[in-house]
Design a protein around this ligand. Structure first.
Ligand SMILES: Nc1ncnc2c1ncn2[C@@H]1O[C@H](COP(=O)(O)OP(=O)(O)OP(=O)(O)O)[C@@H](O)[C@H]1O
Length: 115
């Protein structure tokens, strides 16, 4: 059990070290969480969206590694695998952005006295 956590931790550290997008998404997630706390917005949907995006980014990273292992040289199927995995992260990020705007915009504008 403890060993499984250690391996998962190693995967997390690897993704953090090599994936600039993973770091960027983690920082943006932290920013969104702090914003939610500041604005008094329910942090649960924010946490769920952060988990969704980061988890998909981790799966994307895993799939990239597997694709590089299976096909180090150009192959149209490798391209399909990588592009489709990247599309999953893109869709989740778009969803997170839309819901983030929906959650944050009204209280933010109120806080700034603009409405
Ligand atoms: N072996 C391959 N065969 C065919 N196309 C590939 C292959 N490797 C990469 N590609 C193409 O290049 C794109 C970028 O691949 P890359 O491995 O650099 O991943 P990435 O999306 O840039 O991720 P990251 O920047 O996180 O490494 C892929 O989405 C795919 O379209």
């Amino acid at each position: 059990m403890a060993r499984s956590f250690l391996y998962a931790w190693e995967g997390l550290v690897y993704a953090w070290r090599v994936q600039r997008n993973f770091r960027l998404e983690a920082y943006l997630g932290l920013l969104a969480l702090l914003l939610a706390l500041w604005l008094g917005v329910d942090p649960v949907p924010v946490l769920l969206l952060i988990a969704l995006v980061l988890s998909l980014e981790l799966l994307n990273t895993a799939l990239e590694a597997l694709t590089d292992l299976a096909s180090p040289v150009y192959h149209p199927l490798a391209k399909r695998a990588k592009d489709t995995a990247a599309a999953a992260v893109f869709l989740a990020s778009l969803l997170a952005l839309s819901i983030g705007l929906h959650l944050f915009l009204p209280p933010l504008l109120r806080k700034l006295g603009l409405i």
